[in-house]
Structure formats: structure tokens, C-alpha cells
Ligand binder design. Structure first.
Ligand code: GLA
Length: 778
């Protein structure tokens, strides 16, 4: 709800509110952002201006206490006494950098006001959304800046974006225009960002907010795996389940910049938008420029409360309507088992096995088109490889469907290899810098110039043609390198490149997938190099990381879980030892981590032993029974007093599943506790371990303790026994009241070498268990 009274603007969601007011010289003063208030007393909440700090500049000659540098503002320009980092740096039509935007008018409208060129959130079913438009004018030039606020009530999200319009006779040049800026008094904060690189995306990093400007930026052309655009500002002492925190994110897939400044007057400024890196946009008379939607949320229920807001928002307001709340299939992906080396026969055999184990979708990954037998050639030519698919790709897809599986396929449409027909006929379509500069390669490939309409038409035609021919219901859209030598001859100035590229990408995605809403799009960029709200507007899920090692995934999925729900995270069970870490982890743990996402398998199923196949079948059956919980349940990270444990919880309508993960074993460390918060204290619940298998080979030479004769641990007999037989890991069940479960159940002891029976928990390094909690109907 939005209300405006006596120059005070009040924006309310179900649990939060955001207040600012127009001041006497036309600047908008931020008053409050936090939990909903019964009846706010604005004068009490507002920052006071009763003294002038030395060396400050008064905005108005007759009003020495009105000093922009010491005010909490909703927007601020440059050159009028505010020396903090400004959300905008514009060479105005009069040639100056001084910009002085003051209030001109406002209006409140029902619903959202979507941007013209960019994706944005939409209201969820039955949600009250309203928008506030505030028009600001520069006091010297005829330039308007509209601040657009949208309130997503049930999601507890307020979004902001800015639109600039040049009504002056001469042009202006935008060097930086962020979507939002907000100032708040400092009450002591910790800044949390999610950073990494390829195969180590979104690791959580915390640092206390200190004087100066902290920048969270991407300059690679994509939102990037180096710094996710989303970040958090947590009040000191805030934990997973208590304390006050703010979250910020951007509906954009290109270069972004988020900054947090603690000013010399102890005010916190947060800004977020398109990165100014190599950005320069000329706005001629009569033209406008719109920035992407920045989203903000607040919670006083700790970081889990904040995540809950973001999760609901993504599930209900961001992802395409056709996929909201819809089950995601358990998929089998051909990449890790085959890479580029396969025949149709081998794929069909794997598909047959996948079906038998319960999988629902077969994804033909890289290597299916002409020339693509390695990553050195073929990108750009989406004609199926005749040697691998003699009767065409359509017929192969039919064969997959006849096995009872859906068919999905991989593309990397934004790229081209020099060794391709496309490059040979259109070298000028590749982004390669000006004449005289040799283009640099990433994974042997160049980027196609998405600023060029002919390139976009080509991609739309190629990808749509294959989807229609194969009747694919799933597409994996990859993008495997950062951009370099950015240059296009289809734009007005090279400072437009990065943004025009992303607009081109959105245009292509809209044209391909708009008319094909049945297709589940999984966006990928060497894993999570473009995991952002912009891509999620088109693709309900994202390939989270090329790194599928479960211990690594605890950090990667765990990091992303602050900002994005499990329904967005592609999570696969792969082979062990793992291809990047060489870590040998139990099949149970690989699954126990992957099931907190959109489950898939990416391993050579032919080499699974009969007992492993049985285990995979059981895993998938369990996932299907609890699919709604794993994909759409309410997710929480539970704090634990020991650093070698990670606890995840996912709450659904009928049950709650808790994942208990041990990274490194710590012999004899004492009892483990299973705590399940949020239950009804007087109701009776049952809690039980999901039965999982323990392979004999895990015990190596220890088997001698339980066998009457000594056998070679690597010999034929034990190898055969291991293929055909496995122990069932300790299963614990309890029946108790909700309050007991919240207080904590002490679990059975862990194995520590001296004793074993079927009530000993055998976790060791990288062991884990899932516990299901459900109400006992009495
Ligand atoms: C990228 C993706 C992988 C796979 C390969 C195929 O690395 O992240 O999942 O699709 O490309 O070349």
C-alpha cells in the first residue's frame, strides 16, 4: 500500500514499511525503513537538523542547516554540497556535471509499471501491488528524473528504478545512472556479499561496515561469478534466525555496481544499478534512458527471514508465470558422463537406464552439432552432427520420448568458434575490437555481437528451429566466457556496448521463449556466472555451478540460498572422486545436498553397481515424494555450534526435511543435536532418518573386525560383495512434541573406531543424513 499525506510518502508491505518526505527545498528525505509501525511519528523518526557541521556547504543561503551532505536522501546529484558517492554522474545539457534534482510532482498507480526494454518483476496472483512515481527536475536544465517505486506487498519487497528524460534542446551524457540510492543512519552494520569465480560461486563473505565506499561490481559483461549483484546489510548481532537485516538485488544480467558508503557524518548510503565501467550514454533531446529494477527487502527475523522474503519474491514475482509453483523434472544430463564423445547408441542406453531409475527428462548437452567434437570448433552452427545422429536430431528426440522421458537440449547461442561455418561466412558478427587488435579467446571462442540485429535474428531462427524440430521441453542456455575487446559497429558509441548487449540478449530470449512457454529454460554460464534476477525472469532455474562436489556445494548453494530459492538451483549428483576436487564423497551425501534444489544426475549410469542403482532409485523416489518441499518449501540455514556441521531445513505443508551435513569428522567430539524450530509446541511429531546405504568399501581394512576370516579389502570377494550388498546406515526414529524437537534431540553417537553396531551413526568425513519430520495424526 502506498499513502501520501502532508508531503510524507509511506510505502507498506505486509511486514515492512518505507517512509520518506519532501523537504522544503524539494529534496526527498529518507525517514525510515524497517518493520511495520503502528502509527509512525514522522518527526520523532526523522533525522534532526539542529546544527551545521564545519566546512559543510549549505544548500540554501537563507537556511544554513539544510546541508545535503548531512541529510538522509532518497536521491542526490553532484555539485550542491553532497560529497558522498552519487547515484548519478551526468554531463548535463549545459556542459556541467552539476545536477540538482528537486521534487516536481508525483502520482500513485495501481499495479506495476513495467520498464519498456528491461525485464522486471510482476505481481503474483492476488497480490496488491502499487507504484509511486516521483518526478524530479533539475533546477538549471530541462531534464527530468523519475523515481519509480513499486510495492510487492506479500513478498515484502519494495523495488526502485530511475528513468531520465532529456527535455533540453541539447544532448546530455550519462556516465553513471544507478537504479536507486538510499541513506540511513548508521546503527552498526556488517556487509555480506557473495563472491567467487568459476566452480566456486557465491561464497559468503562478511566484513564490518567501515568508513569509505565498498563496491560490489562486475565488469565482465555478465552479472558474473566474481560478485553476485545481491548483497546484504546486517545490523551487528544479526544471525540466521534473529536480528535486523536489509537485502538488495538487481533485475539485471550485465555489469552491475552495488556500493555501500559509510560517510564522514556516520550515514550509510546504499546504491545499486548498472556499472559505470566503460559506460557512456548520450541522450539526445527528447530521449529517455531507463535503469533496471533494484529490489530491497527487510526482515527483523534474521537472515532466514530475509531469505524467505527473497525466495517468495523470486518464486512468485520473478520467474515466468507458466513455471510458478510448477514441479521441475528430475533430469539426466549427458555432459559429465560423455563430454563430446558419444554415439546415439550410448546416449540411448544411458537414457534407458535413467528412465529405469526414475528420471524424467533427458538432456543432450554439448557435442551434438556439426564440428563439435571438442571445444575448439562448431559453436555457431546448430546443424546436427550427421555422424552422431544419422537420421537427424528430431528422430533422436522421438526415441528419447518413446522411452518415456522428456527431451531437453543444450545451446551456447551467444558464442562462435573461429572454426565454424558461421564465422567463416560472417567474421564481422563476432565481437573482436577495432581493426588492428587481435581478439582474445576464452575457451577457444568469441562472443557474438548481440547489438547487431542480424545476429539476433540468426540466433532466434536457429534455436527456435531446433526446439520445434525436437519438441524439446527443456533448453540449457550456456555462455562460457567473459567479454573482451567490446566493440560493435551497430551502436552509437562504444560506451553503450555492455548495456546494448544485454538488451540484445533479452530481446532474443523474449522472442524464442515468449511463444514457447512450455519450455523450461535453464540458464548457465560455466555454471553460475550469470545467476541473477534478470535471467530468472526468463529461466526458472540456473545451472548453479560446474562444481558438483557436495562439500563445495554446501558453500555454493548455501551462499546463493540467501538470495534465491531452491527452485532456481540446478543441483546434480555426479561421480566420485569428483572431477574438480578429487574428493571421494558418499553417494548419499551427493544426493542429500543436491536434493535441496532441482535434482539431476550427471554421471555414467552404466558404471553404477546394482546396489548403487537401487540407492539412486530410492533417492529419486524420496525426492518425488517430497519434491514440493525441496523445490518450493520454506528453506532455513540453522546455526550450529560446531564449524564442521552444516544444517539445512526445508519446511513444506505435510512435512519438514532437515539435512545434517558433516564436513570433516572430529573424533569423539560429543553428541550431535537435531533441532527443529518452528513446530507447534504441543503437537506430536515423528522424526526419522531417511534410510541410506553404507558401502562396504568405505571401511577398507576395518572389515576384518566383523569377518571371521581376513580378506584382502581390495580383493575380488569384497569387491563383489560391495557391488551387490550395502549396509543400511543407522536409522533413528523419535516421537515427541514440537517443543522437544525445538529444544533438540540428541542423536546417536558417531562411529569412532572402537565400536560398531547398527545404532552407530557412520558419518566420517563428508557424511550426512536427512531427517523427515511430520505431524503424527492421533
Ligand atoms: C559449460 C557448462 C557445463 C557444460 C559445458 C558444455 O561448462 O557449465 O555444464 O554444459 O559447458 O560444454
Amino acid at each position: 500500500m502506498i499513502s501520501v499525506l502532508d508531503n510524507v510518502f509511506r510505502l507498506q508491505t505486509t511486514d515492512t514499511e518505507y517512509i520518506f518526505r519532501k523537504t522544503k527545498h524539494g529534496y526527498l528525505e529518507h525517514v525510515y525503513y524497517g518493520a511495520r509501525l503502528a502509527s509512525p511519528d514522522i518527526e520523532a523518526l526523522a533525522p534532526k537538523r539542529t546544527a551545521q557541521a564545519g566546512s559543510t556547504v549549505a544548500y540554501d543561503r537563507g537556511d544554513p542547516l539544510y546541508c545535503l551532505d548531512t541529510m538522509c536522501l532518497e536521491w542526490s546529484g553532484i555539485g550542491k554540497g553532497d560529497y558522498r558517492y552519487s547515484p548519478a554522474e551526468i554531463k548535463m545539457p549545459d556542459g556541467n556535471f552539476v545536477a540538482d534534482f528537486v521534487y516536481e510532482s508525483h502520482s500513485v498507480e495501481q499495479g506495476v509499471i513495467p520498464p519498456d526494454t528491461l525485464p522486471a518483476a510482476r505481481p503474483s496472483a492476488n497480490e496488491d501491488c502499487s507504484s509511486l512515481l516521483i518526478e524530479l527536475r533539475d533546477t538549471a536544465c530541462n531534464v527530468r528524473l523519475t523515481l519509480v517505486y513499486t510495492v510487492y506487498e506479500t513478498a515484502n519487497v519494495i523495488s526502485r528504478r530511475a528513468v531520465i528524460e532529456n527535455r533540453a534542446a541539447s544532448h546530455l551524457v550519462i556516465r553513471r545512472l544507478l537504479s536507486m540510492s538510499i541513506d540511513m543512519p548508521n546503527t552498526g552494520y556488517n556487509l555480506v556479499t557473495f563472491d567467487g569465480d568459476w566452480a566456486r560461486e557465491a561464497h559468503r563473505h562478511d566484513r564490518p561496515l567501515q568508513y569509505g565506499v565498498f563496491v560490489n561490481e562486475s565488469r565482465t559483461g555478465a552479472s558474473g561469478n566474481k560478485h553476485n549483484p545481491g548483497f546484504l546489510l546486517c545490523e551487528n548481532g544479526c544471525g540466521e534466525s534473529h536480528g535486523r537485516a536489509y537485502g538488495f538485488n538487481l533485475v539485471y544480467s550485465g555489469n552491475h555496481l552495488g556500493f555501500v558508503e559509510l560517510s564522514s557524518h556516520d550515514l550509510v548510503r546504499v546504491g545499486l544499478g548498472i556499472s559505470p565501467h566503460c559506460f557512456e550514454w548520450t541522450l539526445n533531446s527528447g530521449e529517455r534512458f531507463e535503469t533496471p529494477e533494484a529490489v530491497m527487502t527487510f526482515s527483523d527475523a534474521g537472515l532466514n527471514g530475509l531469505s524467505r522474503n527473497f525466495h517468495n519474491f523470486v518464486n512468485n514475482n520473478i520467474i515466468p508465470e507458466a513455471w510458478r509453483g510448477r514441479d521441475r523434472p528430475v533430469l539426466y544430463n549427458s555432459w559429465e558422463p560423455c563430454f563430446f564423445k558419444f554415439t546415439q547408441g550410448r546416449l540411448l542406453r544411458l537414457a534407458g537406464l535413467a528412465k529405469k531409475l526414475g528420471m524424467e527428462l533427458f538432456v543432450l548437452d554439448d557435442g551434438w552439432f556439426e564440428g563439435r567434437d571438442s571445444d575448439r570448433a562448431g559453436l555457431g552452427d546448430y546443424t546436427p552432427n550427421r555422424r552422431k545422429f544419422r537420421r537427424g536430431i528430431g528422430q533422436f528426440a522421438r526415441k528419447i520420448r518413446s522411452k518415456g522421458l522428456e527431451f531437453g537440449i543444450w545451446f551456447e547461442p551467444e558464442m562462435v568458434n573461429e572454426a565454424s561455418n558461421l564465422y567463416r561466412s560472417h567474421p564481422e558478427w563476432a565481437v573482436s575490437g577495432q581493426d588492428g587488435r587481435e581478439p582474445t579467446l576464452g575457451r577457444n571462442q568469441l562472443v557474438l555481437d548481440l547489438c547487431n540485429p542480424a545476429v539476433r535474428d540468426y540466433i532466434v531462427e536457429q534455436v527456435s528451429g531446433v526446439i520445434d524440430e525436437t519438441r524439446a521441453t527443456y533448453v540449457k542456455w550456456d555462455m562460457n566466457r567473459h567479454i573482451s575487446e567490446f566493440h560493435s559497429s551497430h551502436i552509437r558509441g562504444q560506451g553503450e556496448f555492455f548495456h546494448r548487449y544485454i538488451l540484445g540478449l533479452y530481446d532474443v530470449l523474449r522472442r524464442i521463449f515468449g511463444p514457447r512457454p512450455q519450455v523450461l529454460l535453464e540458464s548457465c554460464s560455466s555454471g553460475g556466472n550469470r545467476f541473477d534476477l534478470g535471467m530468472l525472469c526468463f529461466s526458472p532455474q540456473v545451472w548453479t555451478s560446474d562444481n558438483t562436489d557436495p562439500v563445495e556445494r554446501l558453500r555454493i548453494q548455501g551462499g546463493l540460498s540467501y538470495l534465491y530459492p531452491q527452485s532456481t538451483m540446478g543441483a546434480h549428483v555426479s561421480d566420485a572422486p569428483h572431477q574438480q576436487t578429487l574428493r571421494d564423497t558418499p553417494l548419499s551425501t551427493r544426493y542429500n545436498v543436491a536434493c535441496f534444489g532441482c535434482l539431476g544426475y550427471e554421471m555414467d549410469l552404466r558404471f553404477l553397481s546394482p546396489v548403487e542403482k537401487r540407492e539412486v532409485r530410492e533417492q529419486i523416489a524420496f525426492y518425488k515424494t517430497h519434491r514440493k518441499i525441496f523445490q518450493y518449501g520454506s528453506f532455513e540455514r540453522l546455526s550450529y555450534h560446531k564449524a564442521n556441521k552444516v544444517i539445512w531445513l526445508c519446511r513444506g505443508e505435510g512435512a519438514t526435511v532437515v539435512g545434517f551435513f558433516q564436513t570433516l569428522a572430529d573424533v569423539g567430539e560429543g553428541p550431535d543435536t537435531l533441532r527443529v524450530p518452528g513446530l507447534e509446541s504441543d503437537r506430536l511429531y515423528r522424526v526419522g532418518t531417511r534410510a541410506q546405504r553404507l558401502y562396504i568399501k568405505r571401511f577398507g581394512g576395518l572389515v576384518k573386525h566383523i569377518l571371521p576370516v581376513t580378506l584382502n579389502p581390495d580383493g575380488f570377494i569384497l569387491r563383489m560383495a560391495n557391488r551387490l550388498h550395502a549396509l543400511i546406515d543407522c536409522v533413528e526414529t523419535y516421537e515427541c512434541r514440537g517443543s522437544t524437537l525445538t529444544a533438540g534431540v540428541l542423536l546417536n553417537s558417531q562411529f569412532m573406531g572402537s565400536h560398531y553396531n547398527d545404532r552407530t551413526r557412520l558419518l566420517g568425513d563428508y557424511g550426512s543424513n536427512l531427517y523427515t519430520v511430520w505431524l503424527k495424526i492421533s
